[in-house]
Write a new protein. Sequence first.
Length: 145
Amino acid sequence: VPWVAVDAAAGLVYAAAWNQDTAGSTDRLVVFSLNDLRTLPAGSPLPVRRTVKLSRPLSRIQGATLLRGSLYASVDISGDKSVYAIDPATGAVTWEFAQDVEPGDETEGITALDLGPSGGQLHILNVGSGWKSVFLYLQHYATAG
């Protein structure tokens, strides 16, 4: 599993396959119980509570976070380093914005900060590479209220 996102209020944990396609039925969110993760003995199989078919496959999700009922996913696809919103109830996938990164940079984790009625912020960690070094940097994006 390349990433997980936790909805603590609902007691749910979301994950998805790294490479997704409709033919292989991997174009789904997989939903687990947070309580199961906390209480099952180590090494126990983790029961899947449900799966949610996505409206389109979304491969190479590097990280995802919940903000106001939407799951925001940072993807690192060659030519498409964007953030998509996923409705965790219906699986509807919506393009939100392209990330402002260099073509060779790798988008990584994402987290959200809810700022109340004025909206929120998404913070995305990226890995860049220069001529003689590799470096990390954070970018910040505002969401509408």
